[in-house]
Design a protein around this ligand. Structure first.
Ligand SMILES: *Cc1c(COP(=O)(O)O)cnc(C)c1O
Length: 356
């Protein structure tokens, strides 16, 4: 039986994407060849890369606005250093908002390149909120933030208006909600949370912000090189890019980001309502900053952990354990997770209340 998959990442993909991807591994486009055994320069694969790049921009509303989409190796973690490499001037500085473990990682890499100002941090409360009312130095080369904090279950709803490029790690909420994406100079996301399988990273970059650092950048880390080579500087992650394209096509057929956002809102409301109503549970994130992708919660009485774990496992639920730095539970309710799965979890929580 198919499990209700609440894994934080790699995570659930639409069933039709899994089926089409499996078929392409056996016989791609009725070519008599597997997707895994053809040249990345073949007509069939070049078409995949072109469509993935243009569909990513289309879904974000960025077509014709000076942006390029790239499907690269290295994960979001490599972008932590590609950001300063490509955007921080030699004598310049960068500004960062510290909202969780991933932001900490991005800041650490930037420090190796130059002055890195942390404008605000929620570390003082184990990252359970999004800092507000901070000021950003006007002479920074860029401002970097993390839109959704996968581990701590907080999400930014407002992004500052700045005169410098706004750079955002959207690994765990890309394509989940409508935003004015043209506010951003650069967006990046590891695919394996909300877009596809592990192994590929989406980078969306406004071309005009590149080429200003005065640094000599190794080709594989140089976003201008990747743009010039149309995301095929070297052999791209062929399978992961194809499966991501299938997910983007699935999203477009559903009605795009505005349609999935309605479903995501309904799922988050259903689950948070139960956490707030059920006396056996409590949420970990400050209410106004709660994530609609990663819902983190605890048992009021930890001695009942085993009983609750047995109950949700018996209900066919998988991947509910919280990150070790927070403990408790984390329900990741990404785009591909149906509301029926959330209902199964809510029913298990209600049953726990009756029987615990
Ligand atoms: C998972 C995650 C990362 C790390 O992604 P990798 O692709 O494993 O490097 C970075 N940022 C956020 C917000 C994440 O959720």
């Amino acid at each position: 039986m198919k499990k209700h998959n609440f894994s934080a990442g790699p995570s659930i993909l639409p069933q039709e994407v899994l089926q089409k991807a499996a078929q392409a591994v056996l016989d791609f486009n009725d070519s008599g060849l597997s997707l895994l055994e053809i040249s990345h320069r073949s007509k069939d694969f070049v078409a995949v890369m072109d469509e993935a790049r243009s569909l990513a921009l289309e879904l974000l509303g960025l077509t014709g606005k000076g942006y390029q989409a790239l499907f690269l190796h290295g994960g979001a973690s490599l972008e932590f250093l590609m950001v300063p490499y490509n955007l921080m001037t030699k004598a310049g500085k960068a500004a960062y908002l510290e909202t969780g473990t991933w932001a900490v990682g991005a800041i650490k890499e930037a420090k190796a390149f130059g002055e890195t100002v942390v404008v605000a941090s929620s570390k003082d409360a184990n990252f359970n909120y999004i800092p507000k009312g901070y000021s950003i130095p006007g002479d920074a080369d860029y401002f970097h933030c993390t839109s959704n904090n996968t581990i701590f279950g907080t999400q930014m709803t407002e992004f500052p208006d700045v005169d410098m490029p706004l750079v955002c790690d959207m690994s765990s909420d890309i394509f989940s909600r409508e935003l004015d994406f043209s506010k951003f100079g650069m967006i990046y996301a590891g695919a394996q949370k909300n877009m596809g399988p592990a192994g590929v990273t989406l980078v969306v970059i406004k071309e005009e912000i590149l080429g200003k650092t005065g640094r000599s950048i190794p080709n594989m880390l140089n976003l201008q090189q990747h743009i010039e080579k149309e995301s095929m500087y070297n052999t791209p992650p062929v399978f992961a890019t194809y499966a991501s394209l299938l997910t983007l096509q699935w999203l477009k057929n559903l009605g795009g980001i505005s349609a999935i956002e309605k479903q995501n809102n309904a799922k988050a409301e259903l689950l948070y309502a139960e956490i707030d109503r059920n006396p056996l549970f409590k949420g970990t994130a400050v209410k106004e900053d709660r994530s609609k992708m990663n819902v983190c919660f605890l048992l009021e009485d930890e001695s009942k952990t085993e009983a609750f774990d047995n109950l949700w496992k018996a209900a066919g639920i998988s991947g509910l354990a919280g990150h070790r730095s927070v403990g408790g539970y984390r329900a990741s309710i990404y785009n591909a997770l149906p509301i029926q799965s959330v209902q199964v979890l809510v029913d298990a929580m209600k049953e726990f209340e009756r029987t615990a």
